[in-house]
Design a protein around this ligand. Structure first.
Ligand code: SF4
Length: 380
């Protein structure tokens, strides 16, 4: 059984414990979604693309789809329309609290997870198994640990592994979470760690990993003498691999320009705290999901801005690329504040409106290229 999911903070451990393979449904650049007549005009380009894939006969290998509820209007709307338009599809919803992490939101989400677990058992006839749960938690923890190590290594020296390789590995696991994809990313993390260990920088990597996970940087400060501009990419549900491909296409700079992202399917998925199996399982999973760095779809903008400013000022970042998914309300409400926060700490930024089909690719590349030239000129 393969259950597609579209929102980054899906309960992977729960699905695996039911013997179900969760698979992140990616947008497909070859499917044009702009004129899908069934959707309301406010639907974002991501949901249009997903809907168009289904109406064009794709996604048939999936046994069902898990949609989030209470995140953004587009996703709420598309799940309802999906049920109506494709009544044979098995559609599950998981309602997330919009509130920040507190005990009420943990208990709310725990109950939602319990309901989801019952539905999975009823519809697929697969009850939750304790052995599978232990294996799932172990698998996901190993993935997160390896991916966090790679993220932290790249902040210290982005040339140890390219951003496109990292995003490919993360995507590989989110699409097919199994021992093979975990082995691949773990090997990459070990290789990167060995390089930095030989330079006596592994201690910094470990401290940074912990700091990024807790959101508290303490006295960490990365001083970098680099001629290549160090850039951070921020935004919501933008495909990190698409961003990596845009940067890779630039002739002058390589992928090591991007030292960190704060994207939903990148940093915010990877730096989710582990599930602590003591006590009630659903409460533990809710705590883990809500402990992830918050999304533009949630409350907590002031904290997100403070975290961004902290990272920009401590990690030697010279520029910020603020990505906005076309017609994504949460991204577009947040973008002006992100630009403002960057300017408060003296970091240049550029806004990048983007859609899953990269329909405006030449203009996007031109925009990034000229932004880098501005950064370079500023460094000289
Ligand atoms: S891209 Fe934005 S509007 Fe679209 S589903 Fe994600 S959060 Fe919602």
């Amino acid at each position: 059984v393969i259950l597609g999911y579209v929102y980054p903070h899906a309960p992977l451990e729960l699905l695996l414990a039911h013997g179900i393979t969760p698979s992140l449904v990616r947008t497909n650049p070859s499917v044009q979604g702009g004129f899908e007549a069934s959707l309301q005009t406010f639907s974002c380009s991501l949901t249009r693309n997903l809907f168009s894939q289904r109406s064009n006969g794709r996604l048939l290998s999936l046994s069902g789809l898990l949609f989030p509820s209470n995140t953004c209007d587009s996703l709420h709307n598309v799940a309802d329309i999906w049920r109506y338009r494709f009544p044979g599809d098995k559609i599950f919803t998981l309602t997330y609290p919009a509130a920040r992490f507190d005990e009420d939101s943990v208990h709310f989400l725990a109950e939602e997870l319990r309901i989801l677990s019952e539905s999975l058992k009823k519809i697929f006839g697969r009850p939750l198994s304790n052995d599978s749960l232990l294996a799932a938690v172990y698998l996901v923890n190993n993935f997160r640990n390896a991916a966090q190590t790679l993220y932290s290594c790249r902040v210290v020296d982005p040339s140890v592994v390219s951003y496109s390789e990292l995003t490919r590995m993360v995507r590989g696991f989110l699409t097919t979470p199994n021992t093979d994809t975990v082995r691949q990313i773990s090997e990459l993390a070990s290789a990167a760690s060995r390089i930095l260990d030989a330079r006596r920088q592994l201690g910094t990597v470990k401290s940074l990993q912990k700091a990024l996970l807790t959101g508290k940087l303490g006295d960490i400060e990365i001083a970098v003498e680099s001629k290549t501009p160090r850039v951070m990419v921020v935004g919501g549900m933008i495909e990190p691999q698409a961003i990596a491909s845009l940067f890779k296409a630039l002739t002058k700079f390589s992928g090591d320009v991007v030292v960190l992202d704060l994207l939903s399917f990148g940093f915010k998925t990877v730096f989710t705290p582990r599930v602590n199996l003591e006590g009630d399982l659903f409460v533990a999973m809710a705590r883990s999901i809500l402990g992830a760095p918050s999304e533009p779809t949630q409350e907590g903008l002031p904290e997100r801005l403070e975290f961004l400013k902290l990272l920009l000022s401590r990690l030697g970042i010279r520029g910020v690329v603020v990505c906005e998914q076309s017609f994504c309300d949460p991204d577009q409400f947040e973008a002006p504040s992100l630009v403002n926060a960057a300017s408060q700490v003296g970091v240049h930024s550029v806004r990048l409106p983007i859609d899953p089909e990269l329909s405006d690719r030449a203009r996007l590349e031109g925009r990034i290229q000229s932004f880098f030239e501005t950064l370079e000129a500023g460094q000289q």
